[in-house]
Design a protein around this ligand. Structure first.
Ligand code: ADP
Ligand code: MG
Length: 221
């Protein structure tokens, strides 16, 4: 479902030029559970951002679900992102002035504006229930713990039922108990058929994945 062919990513120009990815070839099948590991600055986030259609390749070809992503406009890219991809980041990126329920509803408002508010609320509640955090619905982000915030961020990432879930250091700020819980959630989402790709430097997290990709200096080893 995911194919990168000779993909390179260069940031900046001239003296400031950084080659963050160098001639990467990668194939990921539907339903895989994958970890991407590597030291800081090796290109993990760059790779994830490209897979998540947040950023474009400098050269090479990215194919997602048989679609050539290179040729898409910004508008088409954001549509693919909203419909096919769920993104989870380390710092949760919840909006402080919105309740948990409202935070989770945002992607629905973008991707499926025609659904009624009551239907959206039902979808939000069932996502919260699935992750065991229904009781947090009317709380604000500063009223919940880090482990709870990460579960909320996962609920938000899966609300549009994306085929692919991308997580960038999702357990980077969590203690062991919460890390185990989050990894289990990803395993469950994967068991339900979703492709899950987790960037992590935690070997205990990587060990729970079916395939581990190691990246060094922009090259997949
Ligand atoms: N927006 C950017 N502008 C310039 N350089 C960047 C940018 N993002 C990342 N880089 C550089 O690209 C390289 C890879 O970064 P990144 O993908 O964030 O690595 P990782 O996630 O593995 O820590 C690093 O050298 C980093 O400094
Ligand atoms: Mg990173």
């Amino acid at each position: 479902m995911i194919k990168l062919e000779n993909v390179s990513k260069v940031y900046g120009k001239g003296d400031l030029e950084v080659s963050a990815l160098k001639d990467v070839n990668l194939k990921i099948e539907e339903g895989e559970l994958i970890a991407i590991t590597g030291t800081s600055g090796s290109g993990k986030s760059t790779l994830l951002n490209i897979l998540g259609c947040l950023d474009k390749v400098t050269s090479g070809k990215y194919t997602l679900n048989n679609r050539n992503i290179n040729n898409l406009s910004q508008k088409e890219l954001s549509l693919v992102r909203n419909q096919s991809i769920g993104f989870v980041v380390q710092y949760f990126a919840l909006i402080d002035s919105y309740t948990v329920g409202e935070n989770i509803r945002i992607p629905l408002d973008y991707a499926r504006p025609r659904i009624s508010m009551s239907k959206k609320n039902k979808m939000v509640e069932s996502a919260l229930d699935e992750l065991g955090i229904l009781k947090l619905k009317n709380k604000y982000p500063d009223q919940i713990s880090g482990g709870e915030a990460q579960r909320v961020a996962i609920a938000r990432a899966m609300i549009n039922n994306p085929e692919v879930i991308l997580a960038d250091e999702p357990t980077g700020n969590l203690d062991t108990k919460n890390t185990d819980h989050i990894v289990k959630l990803f395993q469950e989402l994967n068991a339900m058929g979703r492709t899950v790709i987790i960037v992590t430097h935690d070997m205990k997290v990587a060990d729970k994945c079916e395939r581990v990709l190691e990246i060094e200096d922009g090259v997949i080893l």
